[in-house]
Write a protein that binds this ligand. Structure first.
Ligand SMILES: C[S@@+](CC[C@H](N)C(=O)[O-])C[C@H]1O[C@@H](n2cnc3c(N)ncnc32)[C@H](O)[C@@H]1O
Length: 241
């Protein structure tokens, strides 16, 4: 990946523990069925990626283990949800949630859990690869939940809520759409608020940053942080259009 310019390189983890056979089965059999196309092959209308016409499209950047994405997909069967995550063990974990076998052996009879709508599409890589392929005002909601904090000042450019990404997020959100950010690193929260305010592109719509989003589904990172005594910050922004 060294041929990529520094601001396009992915610095996080791609692999963790060796995948067990059930998860490997899902990576080989379920992922190809619901994988996002590459930027070059992206349809203009993302609704065509689904077998039904979604009421709206949501994007989750860095879904980690996929707990939030899978539960939102279940609760909102009329919404098409696109998730991006370069950490392949996280992708496998989301697949097991969709297969209804998280923590158990994958069900090889049916790929998608019985009764679950096929409303999730996965990009198992860095979402920035796809930004330019998405049309303006594609998403009703964009979630950035517990982004990597990159606490060192010299790594500031790696933090996801940087000015370059904010321009894309603003372009991709519909008028009255929502950008939802959660973090339990106060330094990141303060920095993100400053970046977003300086951009002039968004307006904050939630007053109480300690109150979880309505319909919140807690994530693995949030649970880890709560156990360690960290305090979450929840930010909701709407784009100025
Ligand atoms: C700290 S983890 C949080 C995971 C999950 N959202 C949670 O709350 O449990 C941040 C995740 O963002 C992913 N990530 C970082 N940069 C990304 C990018 N450019 N595109 C997609 N995912 C990204 C990382 O791989 C990592 O899994």
């Amino acid at each position: 990946m060294d041929f990529l310019p520094e601001d396009k390189r992915f610095y996080g983890r791609r692999h963790g523990k060796k995948l067990k056979s059930g998860k490997l089965f899902l990576m080989e059999n379920l992922l190809p069925k619901i994988q996002m196309p590459t930027a070059e092959n992206m349809p203009k209308n993302l609704n065509t990626l689904f077998s039904f016409k979604p009421r709206a499209l949501w994007l989750e950047v860095g879904f980690g283990g996929g707990e939030h994405l899978a539960e939102q997909a279940k609760r909102n069967p009329d919404v098409g949800i696109i998730g991006a995550e370069p950490f392949l063990n996280g992708v496998a974990s989301l697949l097991s949630h969709l297969n209804g076998t998280w923590g158990k052996t994958a069900n090889t009879e049916q790929l998608i859990e019985n009764g679950r709508t096929d409303n999730v599409r996965i990009y198992p890589d860095d979402i920035r690869h796809l930004f330019d392929a998405f049309s303006d005002e594609t998403f009703e909601r964009i979630f950035i939940l517990y982004p990597d904090p990159w606490p060192k000042a010299r790594h500031e450019d790696r933090r996801f809520c940087n000015p370059k990404n904010l321009i894309q997020l603003h372009r991709l959100l519909q008028k009255n759409g929502q950008l939802r950010i959660a973090t339990d690193v106060q330094q990141y929260a303060d920095w993100a608020v400053e970046q977003i305010e300086n951009s002039g592109l968004f307006e904050r719509v939630n007053k109480d940053v300690r109150k979880p989003f309505e319909d919140w589904v807690s994530t693995r990172y949030e649970q880890k942080g709560l156990k360690a005594g960290r305090v979450p910050t929840y930010l909701v922004y709407t784009p100025k259009k």
